[in-house]
Design a protein around this ligand. Structure first.
Ligand SMILES: Cc1ncc(COP(=O)(O)O)c(C=O)c1O
Length: 454
């Protein structure tokens, strides 16, 4: 029989997968270490098991004990798996910024989760660091794992991630690239790889709003660099002990938007459905493309799985609300698909103006196409009706065909917002489009504005 004694034995030995499309214009070969193959779907399973093991060895964690940690989710999952197998309790503190899915997952594996405010100083008693520290003091037989300053974090990568990459590349690796949070993934792995070959270049990918890049470049802890950002799990407002900045050759910063857009691209173009930081690291590579040459073997860490970001990076509304989908081309097709009421209201040439006005009022419309036997023969707007009634109130009994304007023009389904806006004018309040189903739909000035204003 071939089996594992428990889930912890399945941690590590994740596959190295060639990146084929996204990096095709950059010299060198790029390989992703796909860490969502770990049982808890992230690289942090490696450190969860190691932190628990070392705490046991050092006598800091005794049977029946409680593991306390501040975690954006992934480390919590890693610790929870170790706790389940070994019989410990877990209490995690996290911030409001983290995906709800991540928090629910931690609860699913038996942990207690306390959500703390995001935008407070680490020293503030409400911060998730301070709450974890306080609980560890108050609860007997408990340990605050502190992945930031506990060097077992980077040792997990020194002992597993580093050797795996070295073996998988037959020692040919020239560049190691990862996003940086606690610094464990970057520095533990780099420590091993640089011992094997000091020429290997290590790039850390940071996020705007973090002070790590400036600290690396100037040694200054500049709080002016620190501001709220959306990317989860990376960047810091202090420098954790797991850092040895000498092991990192360059730090590059990426915006929240670029990381999110790239995460979606990674899923669509490579089939690598990963978390937010995977987009960030790939975007970092694009920004650093001039640093690579033919023959380079570049290994990039993709930390976790995309399923934890369904309410965020992989949710169109979330992306649109933050202006991350601005390059999305708005077309006639996308506009009609967004419309809540798809049924088109039309007037008939024989209707009288009073009846048409009544229909417009009932549906909150300012104009109607005029249809006769399935053909668009004209259009009628509230402006025309008003003009006619001003001329003579008895005109309310006039037939539409006597006063209607030319029919609204048809556009193709792939006509852009720009094409449509050129056709919409004072005289022409809407355009028509034939959908693939054969149904004709109307796009009014209002629909066009709504599609752009969101
Ligand atoms: C999704 C994700 N990416 C990247 C990182 C950064 O890894 P490290 O803390 O080892 O620097 C983390 C850390 O929590 C993470 O959760």
């Amino acid at each position: 029989m071939k089996y594992y004694n428990n889930i912890l034995e399945t941690i590590g030995n994740t596959p190295l997968v060639k990146i084929n499309k996204i990096t095709k214009d950059i010299p060198g070969a790029f390989f992703a270490k796909v860490e969502y193959f770990n049982p808890g779907n992230s690289i942090k399973d490696r450190i969860g098991a190691k932190l628990v093991e070392d705490a046991e060895k050092n006598g800091l964690l005794k049977p029946g004990g409680t593991i306390i940690e501040c975690t954006s989710g992934n480390t919590g999952m890693g610790l929870a798996l170790a706790a389940v197998v070994k019989g410990y309790k877990c209490i995690f503190t996290t911030t409001e910024k983290q995906s709800k899915a991540k928090i629910d997952i931690l609860r699913a594996v038996g942990a207690e989760v306390i959500v703390c405010p995001t935008n407070v100083e680490p020293a503030d008693p409400r911060s998730y660091y301070s709450v974890a520290k306080r609980l560890a003091k108050e609860i007997p037989n408990s340990i605050h794992m502190n992945q930031y300053d506990n060097l077992s974090n980077r040792m997990a990568h020194y002992e597993s991630t580093g050797p795996e990459i070295w073996d998988q590349t037959d020692g040919k690796i020239t560049h190691y690239i990862t996003t940086i949070g606690t610094g464990g993934t970057a520095c533990g792995t780099a420590m091993f790889l640089k011992e094997k070959n000091p020429n290997i270049q290590v790039y850390g990918i940071d996020v705007y709003g973090s002070l790590l890049k400036k600290f690396k470049e100037t040694g200054e802890l500049d709080n002016d660099e620190v501001y709220p950002y959306l990317t989860e799990g990376i960047g810091e407002d202090f420098v954790p002990q797991n850092y040895d900045m000498n092991l990192i050759d360059h730090i590059e910063q990426v915006t929240d938007k670029d990381g999110a857009v790239m995460a979606r691209k990674l899923a669509k173009e490579e089939g690598l459905f990963c978390g937010y930081s995977a987009g960030t690291v790939m975007q970092g590579i694009m920004q650093l493309k001039n640093k690579f040459k033919e023959g380079d073997v570049v290994v990039v860490i993709l930390h976790d799985h995309g399923s934890r970001y369904m309410g965020k990076v992989y949710n169109d509304e979330w992306m649109r609300e933050r202006g991350f989908l601005t390059e999305e081309v708005i077309t006639a097709k996308s506009i009609v698909e967004r419309k809540q009421i798809r049924q088109m209201i039309v007037a008939s040439p024989d209707d009288n103006l009073a009846a048409v006005f009544h229909t417009m009022k009932e549906h909150g419309l300012s104009q109607l196409p005029v249809e006769n036997n399935g053909e668009m023969v004209g259009s009628i707007s509230e402006k025309i009706i008003l003009e006619k009634l001003m001329d003579n109130p008895f005109n309310k009994d006039n037939k539409v065909q006597a006063v209607m304007s030319p029919a609204f023009p048809f556009v193709e389904l792939n006509a852009t917002a720009n094409d449509i806006s050129k056709l919409i004018s004072k005289e022409n309040a809407a355009v028509l489009v034939k959908e693939n189903s054969g149904q004709t739909s109307i796009i009014t000035k209002f629909d066009l504005i709504e599609s752009m204003a969101g």
